[in-house]
Design a protein around this ligand. Structure first.
Ligand code: BGC
Length: 737
């Protein structure tokens, strides 16, 4: 229980922390007088020229847990930050939206953009100028406690979905912060796990989404990660921050550290970190003066960092107008409606035997809901992204409201201690309760994880919490119409019970409107169109990363309860405590290289339980006549792929057309095929549309570590079009000249 106690204490601490901080934002602040300075660079120059060296040093670190410092002398206000991707966590109630992984499962760029806009409006409504999200770390193993905060296993999908999210946020005068740069692919021991990853894998798998966020999304801020990458802490990793991010990609914004992820003074200043968060533990007047005196650090070094932070703030507009804009407060219902719509669009229907779903009132008169996530359905995973949902709607309530008058909805209560642990005590399933399950026309089991057991700061188990698989099996034996809903931030063990259940639905974490969103899909008000942004394996060992991963990821919290995380109680940490953290690094070799997710399963012919890109609908789609626009391409050409999509079923719905590229001959090993384009298409029953997906020249390239460059190697490429990585048609081949 030690681990569980730790997890519960952590969840409490995180929410207290969010409540304790209150921003000092004014409706009508006195702002700096920029005179005739108009452009960002002119304003940056002017402020930098006014600041003393001491004041500049102050600008290297944050203050009050969530703010970028101000300067009274120059009337520069403090600028407030808040977590993050699924809503505004700090400073009072915000709308709890679906988790980023769920939004990615929509494969709908417009949906994710709209959510980004809404979250940014909520930021402005309370005076927050910097949103501390989105997170784009690749889903390398299902155990990572933060997968739900990220966007799945594919760098292309992540990059394509993060750009509209950033656009949405930044279009409203709020900076987005892409995080955690880089290779924070597990929270097992994030201060010490040294990601040992080769150059090509870094470039092809772990960095592309960051690159797109910078170059296409024009993201204003970036957060470094806790962990070392190839032996150097991310917050002082000059190769990542200076060479790649700033020089090669041309990032002009500010790099902030993750909260308490700095480990020295000289390292970050020289290594490319601009802002130490949440406060100046290592970057302060006392530590920097001697380094300035002996020349290890120069004023020019400091100027460079300060200028970037100033640029970030100026671009949000926070020095020109009040960050607080009360007109942006969500109107009753509007963001809830959006959360519900996006939530329903995220849901992935994995199995639907004999079309048990949507529930048909002609044959189903009474359903019974059971399981730990029925009433207090978890709205989000845990940690810094957790938004306290106001009036959250659980699944039982959502179904009851939706089915009112048509189908009776009952509830079978079990041991309620299950709420925090997710564990189920089957002993409490008495004979009369079993009878209720047996006699119902269908049973809905609400299973899965929650914000205590699936959270930042530790990893989670591959198997569902204790007793849940047994509960699912028992329900399925008692009632053949058993529908299982699972809240999870990724894949989980399904093999043991899958054949027994009638339906399986992945419901992620869907925010305050969870119950309504789920009800919309179960009743058929919304036809599911979500597609997995990750592969669900049959066995944990099928994940290539499992070979170099702690065998018992769940033990993480046991270790932490005796370890450094727990020593950092309260809001401030002393440097002495911090110095204890990185006592020793240990290597986590990314030996599988490029072969992450479907790149592994498809190349090595390992059959997944559910492939990447998979998701069922209540209608059926036929993809025919796939074609490529040209037979040959040059190294800098793209091409168009077309396919006819027909809704061959009896109701309207949406299909995601996925385009994969396979390099048939290459000097270096490449994955069998890789996602390089997609489009979501909505069709009425019987409707048909020719869908065109453009591939850009990058679709054919790989990173050649010898040349230190992306290379388009001449040869034959085959283009596939389909509805999952395992359900594709050839659209033909093209010769790259
Ligand atoms: C998390 C970040 C978050 C920060 C501020 C850290 O613990 O890793 O993702 O933005 O806290 O709350």
């Amino acid at each position: 229980m030690k681990g569980q106690e730790y997890k519960e204490a952590f969840a409490r601490r995180i929410s207290e922390r969010a409540e304790k901080i209150s921003p000092t934002v004014e409706i009508d602040p006195v702002l700096p007088d920029f005179g005739d300075k108009k452009t960002t660079e002119e304003k940056v120059d002017w402020i930098a020229s006014q600041l003393t060296i001491e004041e500049k040093i102050d600008f290297l670190s944050g203050v009050d847990m969530m703010a970028i410092r101000g300067n009274e002398r120059l009337n520069l206000p403090r600028v407030w930050c808040s977590d993050a991707s699924s809503g505004v966590r700090c400073f009072g109630p915000g709308t709890s939206f679906p988790a980023l992984l769920a939004l990615t499962a929509t494969w709908n760029r417009e949906t994710i953009r709209t959510v980004g806009e809404a979250i940014a409006d909520e930021c402005r409504a309370i005076g927050v100028s910097v949103l501390l999200g989105p997170g784009v770390n690749i889903y390398r193993i299902p155990n990572c406690g933060r997968n739900f905060e990220y966007m799945g296993e594919d760098p292309y999908l992540t990059g394509e979905m993060v750009v509209p999210y950033i656009d949405g946020v930044q279009s409203r005068g709020v900076a987005a912060t892409v995080k955690h740069f880089a290779c924070n692919n597990s929270d097992y021991d994030r201060h010490r796990m040294n990601a040992v990853v080769d150059e090509r894998t870094l470039r092809e798998i772990y960095l592309p989404a960051f690159k797109k966020a910078v170059q296409k999304g024009k993201v204003m801020a970036l957060m470094s990660s806790y962990n070392p990458v190839n032996g150097t802490y991310a917050s002082e990793n000059g190769y990542l921050l200076n060479d790649i991010l700033k020089k090669e990609w041309g990032f002009t914004g500010a790099v902030m550290s993750d909260w308490v992820s700095t480990y020295s003074t000289q390292g970050p200043v020289k290594g490319g970190l601009d802002l130490e968060m949440p406060n100046g533990m290592f970057l302060n007047r006392k530590t920097l003066q001697p380094l300035l005196e002996d020349g290890t650090v120069t004023e020019a070094d400091i100027d460079e960092h300060v200028r970037r932070t100033l640029r970030l703030v100026i671009e949000t507009g926070a020095y020109d107008k009040a960050a607080l804009d009360t007109t942006k407060r969500p109107q009753p219902g509007n963001h809830r409606e959006l959360a519900r719509k996006a939530g329903a669009e995220s849901i992935v229907l994995l199995k639907n035997k004999k079309n048990i779903l949507p529930f048909d009132g002609d044959t189903i008169k009474r359903i019974v809901v059971i399981g730990p996530n029925s009433l207090a359905t978890p709205t989000g995973g845990g940690g810094s992204s957790y938004v306290h949902a106001v009036d959250p709607v659980g699944i039982y309530d959502g179904l009851k409201t939706a089915l009112d008058g048509s189908i009776e909805v009952g509830f079978v209560e079990m041991d309620t201690s299950a709420v925090a642990t997710g564990e189920v005590n089957l002993g409490t399933l008495t004979e009369d309760k079993k009878a209720a399950l047996r006699e119902a026309d269908a049973v809905v089991v609400c299973a899965g994880y929650n914000h205590v057991i699936e959270s930042e700061c530790y990893d989670r188990s591959w198997t569902l919490p204790e007793g849940q698989a047994e509960l699912i099996g028992t329900a399925a034996r008692l009632n053949p119409n058993t529908v299982v809903l699972v809240n999870a931030g990724g894949g989980f063990e399904t093999e043991s019970r899958l054949s027994e259940v009638a339906a399986l639905v992945h419901v992620f974490y869907l925010g305050a409107e969870s119950g309504n969103a789920v009800a919309d899909v179960l009743t058929g008000a919304v036809n599911p169109s979500g597609k997995l942004p990750f592969t669900i394996a049959k066995r944990w060992e099928d994940h290539p990363a499992s070979k170099n991963f702690p065998k018992d990821p769940d033990a993480t919290s046991e270790r932490l309860s005796n370890g450094p995380e727990v020593r950092r109680k309260g809001l401030e940490w002393s440097p002495e405590q911090l110095r204890n953290i990185p006592s020793e690094q240990w290597d986590i070799p990314y030996e599988e290289g490029l072969f992450v997710g479907y790149r592994h399963f498809d190349t090595r012919s390992v059959t997944p339980q559910f492939p990447f890109g998979f998701g069922l609908s209540y209608t059926t789609f036929a993809l025919t006549n796939p074609k490529v626009s040209v037979e040959t391409v040059g190294a800098n050409d793209g091409l168009e792929v077309t396919v006819t999509v027909n809704n061959s079923g009896r109701r309207e719905g949406a299909e995601v057309v996925q385009v994969y590229v396979a390099d048939l001959e290459s000097s270096l090993p490449r994955p069998e095929k890789e996602l390089k384009g997609f489009a979501k298409v909505f069709l009425q029953a019987g409707g048909e549309k020719e869908v065109t997906v453009s591939l850009d020249p990058e679709a054919f390239r790989y990173y050649d570590p010898d040349k230190k460059a992306w290379t388009a190697e001449p040869g034959t490429f085959e283009i596939f079009v389909g509805s999952s990585s395992r359900d594709v048609l050839s659209a033909g081949t093209v010769e790259l000249k």
